[in-house]
Ligand binder design. Structure first.
Ligand code: HPA
Length: 263
């Protein structure tokens, strides 16, 4: 089956389950940030496991379901859980949420993730607006879309304005993409800082590039859930992702709602 046919079959399945065929905005909820679901009104929730041929999300902190509902009067598609390369998905699978969103003619995509802070001025719990991405040691198959990243810089300015209006404090910076699954070494983080990375994570870069290829407007936000490897003596594991996300869920929701409304 060709990719357009695959996406179109899933689209038809969802419309038969009551999703409208056009939706205003989509959001990909990063690790631990699934609690945004509670802000979606009149929602329909379909576990990924019930969607024919859909990849499965295997990561703790991701519920693995697709939601449709209303947020601040807009129709929204929400992916509670995404597909990472480190779970064994091909790069092509990591961008299925973006392609499916496009089939609903969404105008904008909001992408969120949990990330480690490389920038020494960042604190756990900071929200970083992604102004640029880099993946210095990965040969991502989407590189030809790099030229469009200037659009991300422009959208970061708009996201910043909305955050300011809402009085949500934010940082801005460059997201450095790694494939994982392991956290980085102290030496890698040291090098990544020299290269200009502000936060490190295992998602988002392929999604941003695909969204730009498809002509979708993107706002992308990282929640800094830990200081990246070697900055403190703390051993990293997934638990701080959940703790930081829980502590910041209200302010994150405020910003995302503002973006759905205005961005
Ligand atoms: N490294 C990579 N990915 C991450 C991190 C990190 O420190 N924290 C959350 N996601």
């Amino acid at each position: 089956m060709s990719l357009p046919e695959y996406i179109s079959n899933i689209h038809t399945f969802l419309v038969e389950r009551g999703f409208p065929s056009n939706i205003d905005a989509a959001i990909i909820l990063g690790s631990g940030l699934g609690s945004f679901e509670e802000h979606i009104q009149n929602k329909r929730t379909i576990p990924y496991s019930e969607i024919p041929g859909f990849p499965q999300s295997t990561v703790t902190g991701h519920s693995g379901s697709l939601l449709f509902g209303e947020v601040t009067g807009k129709n929204v598609l929400a992916f509670s859980g995404r597909f990472h390369f480190y779970e064994g998905h091909s790069f092509d699978k990591t961008i299925i949420p973006v392609q499916l969103s496009k089939s609903f003619n969404i105008e904008k995509l909001i992408i969120s993730n949990a990330a480690g802070g490389i920038n020494l001025t960042f604190q756990v719990g900071d929200l970083m607006i992604i102004r640029n991405i880099m993946y210095p040691h990965i040969d991502l198959p989407f590189k030809k879309e790099n030229a469009k990243l200037v659009e991300l810089e422009q959208s970061a300015v708009k996201v910043q304005e909305i955050a300011n209006q809402l009085q949500v404090p934010t940082k801005t910076g460059t997201y450095l993409y790694v494939t994982g699954p392991n956290y980085e070494t102290k030496a890698e983080i040291h090098a990544f800082r020299y290269l200009g990375g502000d936060a490190v994570g295992m998602s988002t870069a392929p999604e941003i590039l695909e969204a730009f290829r498809l002509g979708i407007k993107v706002g992308a936000i990282s929640l800094i859930t830990n200081a990246a490897a070697g900055i403190t003596d703390q051993k990293l594991d997934h638990s701080e992702v959940k703790d930081a996300a829980d502590a910041k869920k209200d302010v994150f929701a405020k910003l995302v709602k503002g973006l759905i409304q205005e961005f």
